[in-house]
Structure formats: C-alpha cells, structure tokens
Write a protein that binds this ligand. Structure first.
Ligand code: ADP
Ligand code: LRH
Length: 497
C-alpha cells in the first residue's frame, strides 16, 4: 500500500502544468499533490488569426512527464490530461495536424449565431444541447470553418486534451465531459445530437468514438517513453478532460447544498445537478448544462473571470508600468469598495487588448466614478466578479430549485483572499476556498479510482480531499445592503444593454 504516483497534465488558458498526485488507499486513503513543471501558455496571432501554440504546449507536456518520472523516482502509474474546453485540432488522412488550433477568443465566429439561428432557433438548440450561448462553442467554430480547405481535408477532429492524448499514445478518442462543450451532445442521453449536427451540416464522423472519465486511453508510445526517459508500459487514462469537469470533481464539499466557483481565467459559477435544466427560463438566463464526472451535470454560467485582471496586467506591462499581483491586491483591499463596478458577463470583454480602457468605458456606462489607478481598477474588477458570482449562484438556485448553504471557490482565484472575501459578502454565504489546483486533483483522483487505488463515488473522493486539504473559510459580513444596491443597479444596466 505504498502511495502510487499519478501524473496530471492540466493545461489552462494562462499556464500549463504537470502535477504528480501520490495516492494510497491505506485506511481512509492519502493524497499528496506535487507540482513538477509549469510553463506559460501564450497565444500567437498570425495573419490575423489568434492561435494556440500547441507544439510549445506539447513540448511542455513532455518536459513535465520527464520531471514527473524524476520526482517520483519511477514512471507514473498512469497519465491523465485535462485542458480548457471547446477548441480542437484537425488531422488529415495521414494523422498530420492541419494547422494550429484556433483560439476561442479569435473573432472568426462573429455573426455565426445569426447564421445558425436561421436554421435552428435558439430555443430548439438549447432544448437539444442545454448549452449556454457562447460565441466560441465548437458548433459555431465548425460552421465558421465550413468550406475552408483545412476542414475539407480533415478526417479527424480532436478536442485539445484528446489531441495531446493522441500524440502521446497514437489512439484517438473523444472524452465525454469535454465533448459536451461542443454544443453537439444531448445532455439527457449523453450521446451526440444527430439532429443538431444534420441540420447544420456538421459531419459527426470527424469525431473519434466517445470515451468517459476512467476509461483506458492507450499507452505512451515508444517515442514518448524515449523522449521522457520513462520506462513503460505507462497507461493513459481518460479523466474529466474538460478542466472545469476535473475541478468540480475536486470541490471538497460534503452533501449537495453547495455552489462552486471555479476561478481561473474564467469564473465558472453554479451547481452540480443530477439532470440538466432545459427550460426556456434557463436559456434566457444563459445557463449551461455541461456533463461532469459520474453522470453529473454542471449547471453554471461562464463569467469573464480573472481574465479581466490578467489582461490589465498585460497592458500595464506593455505600457512600461508593470504591476506585481500581490502588491496590487493589497492596495486594492484598501480602496473603498463598490464605488465602480461593471457587468463581468459582458461579451465586450472577451477579446484581448486594452482592458483598462474597456473597463473604464464600462464604468461610465454604469454611471459610477471611473477608476483611474491600477489598484482602483483591480478593486473594480474584483467587486464586479463578486457581483457576478452572486448573480450566477442566485439564478442557479432559483432555476434548479436546489438549496445552497456554502460556496466553494477552487482554481487559481482561491489564492486571492480579497476575491474570496468579497464573494462571501456579496452572496451572504460562507466561502470555502481551495484547492487552487482542483483540476489537477480531480484528474488524479479519477485516475487513482480507475487503477483501483481508491474506491467510491464523488462523495468518497471528496471525503479524501477533505481529509487531506486545509481549505480557508470566509464568513460573510452581515450587512448586504450595499451589495443589494449594486446588484440592482447592474440588473438595470443589463436590461438596457
Ligand atoms: P487557468 O487554469 O485558466 O490558466 P488558474 O486556475 O491557473 O487559471 O488561475 C490563474 C489566476 O489565479 C491568475 O490569473 C491569478 O489571478 C490567480 N492567482 C494565482 N496565484 C495567485 C496568488 N498567489 N495570489 C492571487 N491570485 C493568484
Ligand atoms: C476554463 C474553460 C471553461 C470554458 C473555457 C473555454 O478553462 O474550460 O470551462 O468555458 O475554458
């Protein structure tokens, strides 16, 4: 019963990392997570199109697997891969990649919703797929690409984690949790929606067969073993390959009266349910039903997230006034709260570039004072995110009928004490913050269960997390009047938009 090492490859929009989870099933089980490699994820624009630098990310994965072997003193018992959702690579008949995957923030899908809407009404599409309208859902990327030489030559479409797995193993599959973000899956049957694909002329045979979290996904190829110095065989296991699916699997909640906010580049705020909510009310509130580990549904809203702050930092650095995040957050804690805030769901913030000015402009629209200094802008972003978290959680409760007594914050934003405190205050609920590396932990636990090292459902995996982690707890202040006023003001502004 020595702990076994499981390698989690977790690629986020801001950084990629490879972690080793040491898991044993002794007694109630033990779990220790070790970061062995982290590398930046920098999108690249060429000829007007924003791409992921996929080969650089893959090189980071190989470096990470080598580091995982060195750290554990042996090859991992298995490898699991999770990444951001919706994006894909196309392969030709020989299995070669047809161009760099396009970034979901690229503008090629502008106008696609209207085109698709003329064929399938938004209600029909929501009824069939349960997915929130986001301009970059794979469905719109594919209709935008129709007629392109690359799509014409493509014989396979692999979502990003499946593409990495293909390069590592030579085997192609489509993992279900991530497939549900394509807007081509029916969340009731958890199978492809042929009616939607047929109506839009999308060729479902491009997708490799579906596989689910815990399914075997091949073994590292000899060339990969040689490059990473690992001794085989090393199996690859499908996990919740959508990073948010893995992150929510690792929310250390007990019972079901919890909401979560997975905060990184995005804030994904909502509930874990047993069945999708496909009502018209849910559609107009822009709630999504993504598929989770163990037959669950993630009922949530995408909120612009810490992207707002990441982009401000990038702008300030480019302007020659770089800011340190820790100092900025300390200063922001001293700025009076709720003076200026914006609608953090506003699609106007989706594209990169010029974020401080776009935030100031949005503040003018709401009508409050315009934040000037980096600390004021940071405070505005965090107040706005807290308001958006509150609105998403309130809407999710109302639309699903589920009671909530705790909000769990996981992902990189769990390190941000001010954001956690403001979210507790805005929601009027206790916030439990951590783990920050929830996606990697969910990835590791699903592998360890598939290997028979730990047993049980999500409740048992979460009990193991609670036994081994020390999350921080933030109690809400009693006075919510200011938050109520700000929320009402924003609701008015949303109505005018
Ligand atoms: P992604 O997976 O989308 O790349 P992460 O979950 O890694 O994102 O979260 C990254 C974000 O977390 C950063 O942009 C930053 O705002 C926040 N973050 C990470 N570490 C800290 C920290 N020590 N203090 C405050 N915020 C942090
Ligand atoms: C978070 C995430 C989110 C998706 C977005 C594209 O990393 O996977 O769940 O909506 O990226």
């Amino acid at each position: 019963t020595e702990p076994l090492p499981f390698a989690a490859v977790d690629l986020g929009a801001s950084s990629g990392r490879v972690m080793v989870g040491h898991v044993s099933g002794r007694g109630a089980g033990t779990l220790r997570l070790e970061e062995v490699h982290r590398f930046p994820n920098r999108p690249v624009r060429t000829a007007g199109t924003l791409h992921w630098d996929i080969l650089s990310l893959y090189a980071g994965v190989l470096d990470g697997l080598r580091a995982a072997g060195a750290a554990a003193g042996r090859a991992p018992a298995s490898v699991g891969i999770d990444t951001w959702a919706v994006d894909y690579g196309l392969l030709d008949a020989t299995g070669a990649l047809l161009g760099n995957p396009v970034h979901y923030r690229d503008t090629r899908t502008e106008g696609e919703a209207a085109k698709v809407g003329a064929v399938l009404s938004p209600s029909a599409l929501y009824g069939a797929t349960g997915l929130q309208y986001l301009p970059f859902n794979t469905l719109y990327q594919l209709t935008a690409a129709q007629g392109s030489p690359a799509l014409g030559a493509a014989r396979r479409l692999l979502l990003i984690p499946d593409l990495i797995a293909y390069w590592l193993t030579g085997e192609a599959g489509t993992e279900l949790t991530n497939a549900s973000t394509t807007q081509l899956i029916d969340p009731r049957t958890r199978e492809w929606s042929r009616s939607v694909a047929d109506a839009l002329g999308i060729d479902l045979t491009l997708f490799a067969p579906l596989r689910g979290p815990g399914d075997p996904a091949g073994r590292l190829l000899p060339e990969v073993l040689a490059e990473t110095g690992l001794t085989g065989p090393v199996p690859v296991t499908a996990v919740g390959s959508h990073d948010t699916a893995s992150a929510v699997a690792a929310v250390p909640a007990s019972g079901d009266r919890f909401a979560y906010v997975a905060t990184g580049t995005w804030s994904l705020a909502g509930l874990e349910l047993d069945a999708p909510v496909l009502t018209e009310e849910s559609r107009s509130a822009n709630f999504t039903n993504e598929l989770g580990v163990d037959g669950t549904v993630r009922y949530l809203r995408n909120i612009m997230g810490l992207w707002l702050l990441q982009e401000c930092l990038r702008t300030w650095e480019a302007e020659g006034a770089p800011q340190r995040l820790d100092r900025l957050l300390r200063e922001a804690a001293g700025v009076p709260g709720l003076r200026s805030f914006v609608d953090a769901d506003d699609p106007a913030f989706l594209a990169p570039g010029g974020m401080p000015d776009r935030i100031r402009e949005a503040c003018r629209r709401v009508g409050g004072p315009v934040p000037e200094t980096p600390a004021e802008i940071t405070r505005c972003v965090l107040d706005s995110l807290a308001l958006a978290h509150r609105r998403a959680i309130e809407d999710a409760r109302r639309l699903s009928g589920r009671a909530v007594d705790t909000v769990h914050i996981v992902g990189g934003g769990a390190h941000n004490e001010l954001l956690c405190r403001l979210t507790a205050d805005a929601c009027g609920l206790p916030v439990v913050a951590g783990p920050a590396e929830a996606a990697a932990l969910g990835n590791v636990l699903v592998q360890a269960r598939a290997a028979g090292v730990v047993r049980g459902g999500l409740a048992e995996l979460r009990a193991l997390l609670r036994a081994t982690l020390e999350p921080r707890r933030y109690e809400p202040t009693r006075d919510r009047a200011e938050w109520d006023r700000a929320a009402a003001l924003l609701a008015g502004e949303g109505g005018r938009r």
